[in-house]
Design a protein around this ligand. Sequence first.
Ligand SMILES: Cc1cc2nc3c(=O)[nH]c(=O)nc-3n(C[C@H](O)[C@H](O)[C@H](O)COP(=O)(O)O)c2cc1C
Length: 371
Amino acid sequence: MSAIRFLTAGESHGPCLTAIVDGLPAGLPIDTSLIDRDLARRQGGYGRGGRMAIEKDHIEITSGVIGGKTTGAPVALRIENRDWENWREHWAVGDLPALTVPRPGHADYAGMIKYGLPDARPILERASARETAARVAVGALAKQLLAEFGITVGSYVERIGAIKAQIPDLPQAELWTLAETSDVRCPDVDATVRMRAAIDAARTAGDTLGGTFAVIATGGPAGLGSHVQWDRRLDARLAQALVSIPAVKGVEIGDAFENATKPGREVHDEMFPDNRGNVTRITNRAGGIEGGMSNGSPIVLKAAVKPIPTTLTPLRSVDLATGQSARTEYQRSDVCVVPAAAVVGEAMVAFILADALIEKLGGDSIVEMKR
Ligand SMILES: Cc1cc2nc3c(=O)[nH]c(=O)nc-3n(C[C@H](O)[C@H](O)[C@H](O)COP(=O)(O)O)c2cc1C
């Protein structure tokens, strides 16, 4: 069983999002401005839709933190949906706009069939990635725990549609700083310009774009996760966490796909003694994980994000109310969510690493963990 766990609740246009995080150690100082900062980072990114102009996400902690520190009790988080005011009356009487023509690529069709519903509205209200705001808040708590142990998690965008960045050969922290100054969260300044242009072209064409992002964790110890059972493997846990993000359809650990094309001697990260008698490496193609355990090198994960399903130009579908061919109707939507998905990716990775760290160190308080 996991050392920490969380659940979220809340609909896209309901009053609020809620998360409960259970298992955080006592005595962890919580800075809510760091949570708000990550919420704002998730809301940003060139290519987001009109909703982001309405929402200004802000965290409220309603349990588990007293005097700015965790108590060991479940931490309850709440983020208000500002858009709720526009939906309040419809919500009360249940006359929300119906959607009977499922959008290919969204949860609409499978959800209507699974739950026996004539209208996809209840499905899309929960399937909407608005829920990822709650995950980002949870991840921001996990990052604060990791920071106590010198572990940092960051991300950047590597590709949007056909535009692939050339990631500069710079120290990790500098790449993150560059990504923060790019509105597509890409450390390649030239690619940033071309990515923006690609998003503009997709918007003009009434289309959407996907891409890839990398999440990197530095400063962690060797030995998180374990080789002894499938569900204790760190790579497996991280992959599940990333694929659980809406629209993320692929995960790569280190240079996995390139490694698959090369012979072993060009892939495995050879080891050398350093001058203090420790092991050092000059490559990290394994992405910091061997045998389901962290090996002390930076943990490097990449994720593929599909182009989001709601397109301004309609797609062919079927009206399930009539059984006739129909075109999808446009719902207010984003054009490209790769920069935002990268921030959600950081949160999910931070959560899994925090879980693995608590599992490894044990203890009910930060003091015990450090001991
Ligand atoms: C941050 C973020 C924002 C998203 N915004 C939209 C959106 O505005 N419109 C849309 O159709 N899909 C959006 N998506 C993707 C859908 O939520 C997702 O494709 C859908 O729930 C179906 O799940 P699946 O793609 O994982 O199969 C977004 C995803 C993320 C991570």
